[in-house]
Design a protein around this ligand. Structure first.
Ligand code: SF4
Length: 351
């Protein structure tokens, strides 16, 4: 595993630093690299969006942070350094990639310092426990807390995520709630302990436009109220446009471009980013794209494509260069990093 993407750095205070992360997944008995040497930082209070299609590896990164892989992925190389606040205002750095999945530290961090927000589904909440009990589990109140005080904390949280008449739902089971209410309960659970980092893995995927707009507005409000950082994954540029401070575009396990949101959306550099934004813009107008910038199909996550992984679909492809070695990320302009041979005089290749 010699591949390593150069790290885009900024001067802000880091909360999470991912360095040279490699994740291996397995499909039908075959192992493949799902994440290939990704390095990035999330700063305190910022929203970083990982934007890419299904095979990009963005969800594997989100799941790696809390070690909540749904199937047989595993971290084979790299570090995920989390800066934990200490009581004296200082911080401790812990490498999440090195923790065992059942470790005490990971148990302390999950849901408390780093929370995961997932999209509402039949399996996202326990069907047998009441809404109040599921929120109280995350609140971890002292044993002797008065029952009325505990219920009031739940009511306040439900009100914070926009549930009207929250008292009505305390003893309800998830099956008795609408999808919109269940999504709000998931948000209440995610923010209950005031985490420093919220990992939101495709939180609006598959939602109708009304629910999506409600969820995005609520996420923006909560992020600003609580000042928490957010790592958001999506395949939809409009979600990145709504919430992100910075956007990292991923393609087949690597970051191909990363920049401040406005810069990336107004002046995309990588041919893949340009194609993705063009298609999203055309779809937004509900007409077929006039210029099919994204030709070909999205490769399977297990594809092994030599050189720049985007070269079979790229309108700017140069034979014997783009298919020979993987371009590394370079800082093309201040804070704007891109991995493409079109930029930089002597573009460095990843060995
Ligand atoms: S490196 Fe070559 S193939 Fe890859 S995006 Fe740039 S121009 Fe296209």
């Amino acid at each position: 595993m010699g591949e390593h993407q150069q790290r885009p750095c900024t001067s802000q205070q880091p909360l999470l630093e991912i360095e040279n992360l490699h994740i291996v997944a397995e499909e039908q008995g075959r192992r493949y690299a799902a994440v290939r040497g990704v390095s990035l930082q999330v700063h305190r209070g910022e929203v970083l969006c990982l934007l890419g299609e299904t095979s990009s590896g963005k969800s594997a990164i989100a799941q790696a942070i809390l070690r909540m892989f749904p199937s047989r992925e595993r971290i084979v190389q790299g570090t995920i350094r989390f800066h934990r606040k200490k009581g004296d205002g200082d911080s401790d750095i812990i490498d999440l990639a090195k923790l065992s999945e059942r470790s005490r530290e990971l148990h302390e961090i999950r849901g408390q310092e780093i929370a995961l927000l997932i999209r509402e589904s039949p399996a996202s909440l326990s069907p047998t426990h009441s809404i109040a009990d599921q929120i109280l589990e995350v609140l971890r109140l002292p044993r002797r807390t008065d029952k009325r005080v505990a219920r009031q904390r739940v009511i306040d949280l439900l009100a914070q995520v926009g549930v009207s008449e929250p008292e009505r739902y305390l003893d309800a089971r998830p099956a008795n709630l609408s999808p919109s209410l269940r999504q709000r309960v998931l948000m209440a659970i995610a923010i209950a302990a005031h985490p420093d980092l919220l990992v939101a893995d495709e939180p609006t995927r598959g939602m109708d436009v009304i629910l999506e707009a409600q969820v995005l507005a609520l996420l923006e409000k909560l992020q600003q109220e609580l000042g928490m950082a957010m790592l958001l994954t999506t395949d939809d540029p409009s979600v990145a446009a709504a919430l992100a401070d910075r956007v990292a575009v991923m393609y087949l396990g690597r970051i191909v471009e990363i920049a401040a949101k406005k810069e990336l959306l107004m002046d995309p550099m990588h041919p893949y980013t340009r194609g993705l934004l063009q298609v999203a813009m055309e779809l937004g107008r509900e007409v077929a794209p006039h210029t099919p910038l994204l030709t070909g199909t999205t490769p399977a996550a297990s594809s092994a494509i030599p050189g720049c992984a985007f070269h079979p679909r790229c309108p700017s492809y140069t034979a014997r260069k783009c298919d020979a070695a993987t371009p590394s990320l370079i800082e093309a302009s201040h804070g704007h990093w891109v991995a493409c041979y079109l930029y930089g005089s002597e573009q460095e290749a990843v060995a």
